[in-house]
Every structure is written in structure tokens, then in C-alpha cells.
Design a protein around this ligand. Structure first.
Ligand SMILES: Nc1ncnc2c1ncn2[C@@H]1O[C@H](COP(=O)(O)OP(=O)(O)OP(=O)(O)O)[C@@H](O)[C@H]1O
Ligand SMILES: [Mg+2]
Length: 396
């Protein structure tokens, strides 16, 4: 995986301690390391702050007023919403019973006073990697089961849906038994004039209004049906892509350039300043070029959409290598993604776009495809400043 643990200011650590001196010392150590630190003075305050602060790790002092560290830890581990949040308990004594108490409260680790800076740093780093691994496992399990379910449902829906759309299209093109022209011709032949002819003409006028309404309704139904077909098609392509997996040597520059020209075509008129950097002219990776094109098109489309709303419209794309991996970075100066949304962006059907503007499937596919390539996707975003996605895949 890309080691974003080095980018420490992305991580928020909540420290709860009733001793101002100790709270200041621990916060100071963590602040020096570059972490964002939030402070609470007792267990109750720490629990109250959990939602708004959304920390990546929590450090609890064992003895605090209102709710002590052990009890706060038990509550965190009992709640499904915070169960996976790593907790370090700080115990004052080195007694074995004390440490056992921390473990039985569900703490992921413990530290004894006086706090050693290096020890704190190592434990925090380890627990943050553990949290990342836990979230990846949970996400990939969720995606696999949702993917299987969605693939199965899509398969079942595909045939009847095709039938619905085809029949509606036939209905749309079907004409009435007699057209107005034909009837008027018969009238002329039979010398029907005056009031009788006017009545026939009025009848057709009313009929045209009704027919027009019916035609519009059929048109809407066809549009809805086609939209469903597109979603079903995308879901089916995931499961079929999963079955046919033949990787080969691919040239990343070509794939990224093709993706960019296809996406640019969809955003004509948007004046984006594009900076394309290559560390070497030819970076070759092992993969499936169609799937990788889908990955870059999704990332680029998201970047262009983010740039639609921002004043500065800069897009930077780079292809480089890191050890045995090729790395493609796509960075936009768009609206950015709020921290609380970052965990959800890879989820099935997660979208913040208006109705009909996005399905919320782009990044789900990106994640699945890159996982299959034995690679990794990483995202960094600063609301109001922009977003950078990096995709790492093994070199050929
Ligand atoms: N570069 C970006 N800048 C800002 N927000 C982004 C960016 N990329 C993704 N997002 C956010 O992540 C959400 C999910 O993205 P995803 O590509 O999965 O779905 P979508 O773009 O909404 O729909 P789809 O790609 O299926 O048409 C988006 O709705 C948007 O809120
Ligand atoms: Mg998208």
C-alpha cells in the first residue's frame, strides 16, 4: 500500500486526561510528530467529542472524573460505530493486574507512566497502520459481498428490462389505424363538407393533443428504462471483468492520454490548465488496459467535475515509478472532499451529486480494479483546495 501514514497531519488523535500537565505533554509529543490533536478532560467529554472530532485513534487516561478511561474504553468498543477505533489506555502502575484490566476493557494497547516519547510514537504508528488495515478488510469484504449481490440482481433484471424498453420503443413507433390525412382524403372523395367536415377536423385536433401526451409518457418511460439498463450494464461488467482476468504489459502513458482525451471531450468549454508530467517516457505496468482506462476515466471525470465549480482550474497528472510500482497521480484544484466523507467515497452507490448526475459507482470500480491488479489507491483531499488520487500498480 502507499504509505500515507507518513502524512501525519491527516490523522486526528483524541487525548483524554484530567491532568493538565500530562494532557499538555502527550499533546505536545503528538503535535511535534505532526498529528492533529484534540483534547478532552474526562471520559464523558471524550465520548461526546467522538462524532464531531472523528479521531483516528484515542488515548485515554485510566483515572479521570465522571467516566474513567476503562469505562470509556468499554463504551467505545461496545458501540458498533466506534468499535474499530484503536484505543491506548494510559495506566499509572506497572502492575500486571492493571495491564490486564486495560486489555479486558478492550484497549488495543496500553502505556505506563511516565510516558516515553519514542514508545508513544511507535505505538501510535502501529495502531494507525492496524486501523488502516482493518478498514481495508472491512471495505473489501463489503465490496465483495455487495458486488456479488449486485451482480446477481443485475443478471436477473437484465432480460425483463430489455423486454420493457424494446416493447416501449415498438409502442412509440406504432401509428393509429387511420391517419388524419387518410380520413380527410376519404371525406374529399365522398364530398363531405361544412359542419360534418369541421366536426371531423375538431375530433383530430383533440386526438392529437391526447396522442402527444401519450407519446411524452412513453418517451419518459423509455428514458427511465434506458437509465436502469446502463446501471445494470455497469454492474454486470464488474462481475464479468472479475471472471476474465488476463493481465498483460501495458503502457501507462498511452492509457492515461486516451482516457484524458475521452474525458476532455465530455467537458468541452471548461478551461482547465493541464500539466502532464512523466518521470520516464515509457512506464510499463502489468494489467488490463480496458480496466485501467476505466480507472483513469473515472478519476479524471471526477476531477473535471470538481473543477467545474472552482475558480482555479488546474489539473496535474504524473506518471512515475516507486520501487516495483508505477504510480499515477491525478490532482485537481477543485472543491475537495470533507474528511467525514472520505471513508465513504469508495462505497457502492455513494454519491454527493444531484439526482441523475452520478451513480456513485466510479470509485467503487476504481477500488475493485486496482485491488485486482495487486495495487493500491490512495486519496488526499483538502476541502476548498483540491484532491489528489494516486494509483499504484506493479511494474511489468
Ligand atoms: N476529485 C474529486 N473532488 C471532489 N469530490 C470527489 C472527487 N472524486 C470523488 N469525489 C466524491 O466522491 C463521490 C463518489 O465518487 P464516484 O466516482 O464513486 O461517484 P460519482 O462520481 O458520484 O458517480 P459516477 O462516477 O458513478 O458517475 C462523488 O460523488 C464526490 O462527492
Ligand atoms: Mg465518478
Amino acid at each position: 500500500m502507499i504509505d500515507s501514514l507518513t502524512d501525519k497531519n491527516r490523522f486526528t488523535i483524541l487525548v483524554a486526561d484530567d491532568s493538565e500537565a500530562s494532557l499538555g505533554r502527550i499533546s505536545g509529543f503528538l503535535g511535534e510528530e505532526g498529528y492533529t490533536v484534540k483534547q478532552a478532560r474526562d471520559g464523558e467529554e471524550a465520548l461526546r467529542m467522538l462524532k464531531a472530532a472523528s479521531p483516528d485513534l484515542i488515548i485515554l487516561d485510566d483515572i479521570m472524573p465522571n467516566l474513567n478511561g476503562y469505562k470509556a474504553c468499554i463504551k467505545i468498543k461496545e458501540d458498533p460505530a466506534t468499535r474499530l477505533l484503536p484505543v491506548i489506555l494510559i495506566t499509572s502502575m506497572r502492575e500486571q493486574a492493571d495491564r490486564m484490566k486495560a486489555v479486558s476493557a478492550g484497549a488495543d494497547d496500553y502505556l505506563t507512566r511516565p510516558i516515553d516519547k519514542t514508545e508513544l510514537s511507535v505505538r501510535v504508528h502501529n495502531l494507525l497502520s492496524l486501523k488502516r488495515m482493518r478498514s481495508e478488510v472491512v471495505l473489501s469484504q463489503r465490496l465483495i459481498s455487495l458486488g456479488m449481490l449486485a451482480g446477481g440482481v443485475a443478471h436477473e433484471i437484465n432480460n425483463p428490462l430489455t423486454g420493457v424498453v424494446t416493447n416501449l420503443e415498438m409502442l412509440r413507433s406504432r401509428k393509429g389505424k387511420f391517419s388524419e390525412d387518410e380520413i380527410l382524403q376519404i371525406c374529399r372523395k365522398n364530398k363531405i363538407k361544412g359542419k360534418a367536415l369541421k366536426e371531423i377536423r375538431d375530433y383530430f385536433k383533440a386526438l392529437t393533443g391526447k396522442e402527444e401526451k401519450k407519446r411524452r409518457m412513453i418517451e419518459l418511460a423509455i428514458k427511465g428504462g434506458r437509465r436502469c439498463s446502463r446501471i445494470v450494464g455497469e454492474l454486470l461488467s464488474y462481475s464479468s471483468a472479475q471472471r476474465k482476468w488476463i493481465p498483460s504489459k501495458v503502457r501507462l502513458k498511452e492509457i492515461v492520454e486516451r482516457s484524458l482525451s475521452l474525458v476532455k471531450g465530455q467537458f468541452r468549454g471548461l478551461n482547465v490548465k493541464i500539466d502532464f508530467k512523466l518521470s520516464h517516457e515509457q512506464v510499463e505496468a502489468m494489467g488490463n488496459k480496458w480496466e485501467l482506462q476505466q480507472v483513469f476515466m473515472s478519476l479524471l471525470a471526477n476531477a473535471f467535475k470538481a473543477l467545474e465549480k472552482s475558480e482555479e482550474k488546474n489539473l496535474s497528472i504524473s506518471i512515475s515509478t516507486e520501487r516495483n510500482f508505477a504510480v499515477v497521480r491525478i490532482k485537481d484544484s477543485g472543491e475537495g472532499i470533507p474528511k467525514e466523507n472520505l471513508e465513504s467515497i469508495f462505497d457502492f452507490f455513494y454519491t454527493t451529486r444531484d439526482e441523475g448526475e452520478g451513480f456513485g459507482l466510479g470509485l467503487t470500480a476504481v477500488y475493485e480494479i486496482i485491488l485486482k491488479h495487486d495495487g493500491a489507491v490512495d486519496v488526499k483531499s483538502e476541502p476548498g483546495r483540491g484532491t489528489e488520487f494516486s494509483v499504484k500498480i506493479p511494474l511489468a
